[in-house]
Design a binder for this molecule. Structure first.
Ligand SMILES: Cc1cc2nc3c(=O)[nH]c(=O)nc-3n(C[C@H](O)[C@H](O)[C@H](O)COP(=O)(O)OP(=O)(O)OC[C@H]3O[C@@H](n4cnc5c(N)ncnc54)[C@H](O)[C@@H]3O)c2cc1C
Ligand code: FES
Ligand code: FES
Length: 717
């Protein structure tokens, strides 16, 4: 490793421009780098936790062995800069801009009135662009001129997870769907391109042109030669990209990670979207370059997935036509897994989130993971590398063990395709046979997650009860009673009754249609069972496993007739907003885009976590979370003659800081000032506030109480 880690800098391209960074704090996110070190401000800081899509950019990686570029969207607020050595980043400015001309995505967002304040628009455009180029790279038949290979449904799904708080999603979806090869142009809503009465051809010709054959280069040529030679980390910053299990093992037990140095295993870093990172690590160990955790294969016996495989890669793999005959159970599991995994997070999170990262979060932190529940229901086994060597065990066993230590590495997961182990879980499958009297349950596994226990669990008593029984309404009724007893949230879980009843309803909804199978099949459409269900049911029974639920599509469809009056012309004309394309390309400047003066300090509020509580003291955690903190400001620091005034509303002005008493949860108690926004945020988040809740008046929670206590706002004259 020493030989490979000769002072190599981090090299990447942003919109075709080369950046060489000899020294980087490994906790730096791509978003922070783009917004503070480059002129590209189109990725915005919205939530900072992977939940809104305002920061989405395109990452392109070149594989010199197969000479192919892989393009995918990511949330730049979670992606660590050091993980992008040799990568090319495209932001919305890179797609097009005022100087070089806008991209048709920008122009269509503008013309479909899909950008109101515009804060979300560059991220939307990049999510959509990622789907568009990947669809056009695929081997579907060529679309009609002016269109992409993308379907309307895929166009809608491309922006799932990109939130917009002001435009409304219809114009946004319409702008995206206008590229789809199967779009009904008449379905598209109000816009400034299409005129009523025009023929379809004329309408298409009026849309800003899109030509998929005109390749947009996402990966600059100069980086191709560099990526072949420069794929390793620099010694100047503590980021390790091991390339073999042996290397990883020696690193984990070397002096790099011993002697009290802190380190973190890492794949996509999306876990920090859920568990806010307050600690700084001495070393980061990237698992993506090691072959074992990166494998993915499937045959008649099952699926093997490396822990570092991303959720998106697993979905695409499961959807691929497989040349090997997987058997009906294997096909069913593949299809169900893919369908469920498409509901996890958003495309831009799934593109970097790994399967293993998700499972480790579930095992170590009790994360309410979908994948943990799915794999529990599917009897998955896992392979680990521990301090003692290599170990294989069932996922269920691993879940019941104490949290993994920081040196244990999850290598891969196997999902068996064994009929005798087939399962029903929150996602619905059961091993059955159709007999004279109805549906016989040979074997059933019920896994429930995220209902208020530390880990996903199996309802074993219900499984035992149902196994070997012919399903009828009485059996189902008894089973539901047992589900209610089995799915019991731990004390302190919010809405426990709701959670248990959801589990009961789920099992009911899954099994009930099959309680009268015999008469349904022999008598056609008896008991309200629909055609599709009978068809599905027969197929399921032939397969030996029941599988409920048809594939849902997100696609919505609507027609709108807008009658325009010329009385107040041009008022009422659908005109493009001036500046909308600039908002889409990310060139519109928002307050947060104005560069900070050099050496300026940054602030973060400490908010009260208790309502109506006295504030006795504030302490910053004495570890490294105080790094860079300059001071803490409270109401006491307001100089004499100054006023404690924050927002001035129609009634009373609101205080800036809570004084000795925090009035509500969320009241601002103090401002931490630090040399970077990150230091201020971490210090504010980890600050310990000592509250005094004794002898404090009880809060006023109803209008009646307010009247009784004469607690009124003073209306301004
Ligand atoms: C906005 C958002 C929405 C989400 N929605 C869902 C959802 O609907 N359903 C759901 O199930 N999940 C959801 N997730 C969770 C997501 O699936 C996980 O964050 C992701 O899979 C973690 O993978 P990662 O590669 O980013 O892990 P990282 O963030 O890189 O790592 C996570 C943790 O696991 C450790 N780790 C990673 N890989 C290994 C390994 N192989 N061996 C040992 N330790 C390891 C790391 O040290 C770290 O502690 C969501 C996440 C976000 C941010
Ligand atoms: S800022 Fe919201 S996803 Fe990144
Ligand atoms: S947040 Fe989407 S346009 Fe304002």
């Amino acid at each position: 490793m020493d030989e490979r880690q000769k002072n190599v800098s981090l090299v990447l391209a942003v919109n075709g421009e080369r950046f060489e960074l000899p020294c980087v704090d490994p906790s730096t996110t791509l978003l922070h780098f783009l917004r503070s070190e480059t002129c590209f401000k189109s990725p915005k800081l919205g939530c900072g936790e992977g939940g809104c899509g305002a920061c989405v950019v395109l990452v392109s990686k070149y594989d010199p062995n197969v000479k192919k570029v892989e393009d995918f969207s990511v949330s730049s607020c979670l992606t660590l800069l050091c993980s992008l050595n040799g990568c090319s980043i495209t932001t919305s400015e890179g797609l097009g801009n005022t100087r070089d001309g806008f991209h048709s995505i920008h122009e269509r967002f503008a013309g479909f009135h899909a950008s109101q304040c515009g804060f979300c628009t560059p991220g939307m455009c990049m999510s959509f662009f990622s789907a568009l180029i990947n669809a056009d790279k695929g081997n579907k038949p060529d679309p009609p001129p002016g269109f992409s290979k993308l379907t309307s449904s895929e166009a809608e799904k491309a922006i799932a997870g990109n939130l917009c708080r002001c435009t409304g999603y219809r114009p946004i979806a319409d702008a995206c769907k206008s590229f789809a090869s199967d779009v009904d142009i008449e379905d598209l809503g109000f816009n400034s391109f299409l005129k009523k009465g025009d023929s379809k051809e004329v309408k298409v010709s009026k849309l800003p042109p899109y030509d998929p054959t005109k390749n947009f280069s996402t990966y600059p040529e100069f980086l191709k030669s560099e990526s072949a030679t420069n794929s390793e980390s620099s010694r100047r910053y503590p980021w390790y990209s091991s390339v073999s299990i042996e290397e990883l093992r020696s690193l984990l037990y070397s002096n790099v990670t011993e002697n009290g140095a802190s380190f973190k295993l890492i794949v996509g870093n999306t876990g920090t979207g859920y568990y806010k990172e307050t600690q700084r690590y001495d070393h980061y160990i990237d698992l993506r370059y090691i072959p074992e955790p990166s494998i993915i294969k499937r045959d008649q016996t099952g699926i093997e997935v490396g822990a570092a495989v991303t959720i998106s890669k697993l979905i695409s793999f499961l959807k691929e036509e497989n040349k090997v005959n997987l058997g009906s159970y294997g096909m069913l599991v593949s299809q169900k897994l893919a369908n469920h995994m498409e509901k996890i997070a958003s495309p831009f999170v799934r593109n970097s989130a790994s399967v293993g990262g998700n499972l480790v979060m579930a095992q170590k932190n009790g994360f309410p993971s979908d994948i943990a529940t799915l794999f529990l229901g599917l009897c998955a086994t896992v392979s680990l590398m521990t301090s003692h060597g290599f170990e294989k065990l069932t996922w269920e066993e691993l879940l019941s063990r104490p949290p993994l230590d920081s040196r244990t590495v999850l290598l891969s997961v196997c999902i068996p395709f064994k009929q005798d182990q087939s399962s029903l879980q929150i996602h619905s499958e059961a091993d059955v046979s159709l007999c004279q009297k109805g549906l016989l349950i040979n074997n059933i596994q019920l896994a429930f997650g995220a209902y208020g226990t530390k880990h996903a669990t199996r309802a074993k008593k219900v499984e035992e009860y149902l196994t070997g029984k012919i399903l009828n309404i009485h059996v189902l009724y008894e089973a539901l009673k047992l589900v209610k007893l089995a799915v019991v949230p731990e004390d302190g879980t919010l809405h426990p009754e709701y959670r248990s009843s959801l589990a009961v309803n789920y099992v009911y909804e899954f099994l009930h249609p099959f309680t009268d199978v015999h008469s349904a099949i022999s008598g056609g459409l008896l008991n309200g069972i629909s055609d599709i269900l009978v068809e599905e049911l027969s197929k399921s029974c032939n397969d030996g496993c029941i599988s409920q639920g048809r594939e849902q599509t997100l696609l919505s469809s609507a027609k709108q007739v807008v009658e325009l009056s010329t009385e107040y012309y041009p008022v009422g004309e659908p005109m493009k907003k001036v500046g909308a394309a600039k908002q889409a390309s990310g060139e519109a400047v928002y307050v947060d885009d104005i560069p900070s003066p050099p050496n300026c300090l940054h602030g973060a509020f400490i908010y009260s976590t208790k309502p109506s509580a006295g504030v006795k003291g504030i302490q910053l955690e004495s570890n490294r979370s105080t790094d860079g903190v300059t001071t803490i400001i409270t109401f006491k620091d307001i100089p004499s003659g100054g006023e404690n005034v924050g927002v001035i509303t129609m009634s009373d002005p609101e205080p800036l800081f809570a004084d000795d008493l925090a009035r509500c949860a969320g009241d601002k108690i103090a401002l931490v000032v630090a040399d970077s926004q990150r230091s201020a945020d971490v210090a504010a988040r980890t600050a310990l506030v000592e509250y005094d809740t004794e002898n404090i008046y009880s809060p006023i929670l109803t209008v009646e109480e307010a009247v009784e206590k004469s607690s009124f706002f003073q209306i301004a004259p």
